[in-house]
Design a protein. Sequence first.
Length: 259
Amino acid sequence: MSTTICQVMGFIVSSLGVAGCIVSTSMDMWSTQDLYDNPVTAVFQYQGLWRSCVRQSSGFTECRPYFTILGLPAMFQAVRALMIVGIVLGILGLLVCIFAMKCIRIGSMEDSAKANMTLTSGIMFIIAGLCAITGVSVFANMLVTNFWMSTANMYQGMQNVQNRYTFGSALFVGWVAGGLALVGGIMMCLACRGLIPEESRYKAVSYNASGRNISYRTGPYKVGSGYEPETKARKGAGYEEAARSEDGRRSYPSKYDYV
């Protein structure tokens, strides 16, 4: 039961993480204009991964997509690639996880196959979460670098300084989504251990009456454990006769002569 709960919780958490990655990638507020020095402005600018927007004080918003790819910075394109890879892996992991659920029976699928699928989906979720966290962190590092460079130029008295940008809401959504995908992937990997069937090992046990073959003291026959085929009577010089007593009479084995 605990394995099923862990698997379901991992699926739910991972689903929220993948959905958050999609929302974060499509949001426009990855970087917003810093209004610390100028709280009252007629124009507010913010940028995303796919377009930049300008919002006027009247409430009118105009967005312009990036019509170029080669003109964008290399790190910016790397962030795009990381987010897209994370989303693709997350969606594939969700598809695999649905068929790997223990509470869902599809044909005659064995638990070992479900365990492998659960582990695969967990690894996909972990990689997707790491891609999202890495992409958001790289973009945040770019913002911090540009912010302090713009601040240094402002202190040097340069008038033609570009607007400073700070963290947007999409960055926080991406960090949380990447963390959820990572935690969900770990839970799926833990649930995989409970789906692996326990291997039952049976050791062959030989049943003997006294641990040794039972034999007569005075006779040549040996009584086995009962599993061996009957031995044929051997004839020859080596076949010993029954022991005789001192008075010449033949003595027969009794029930007390067993060892």
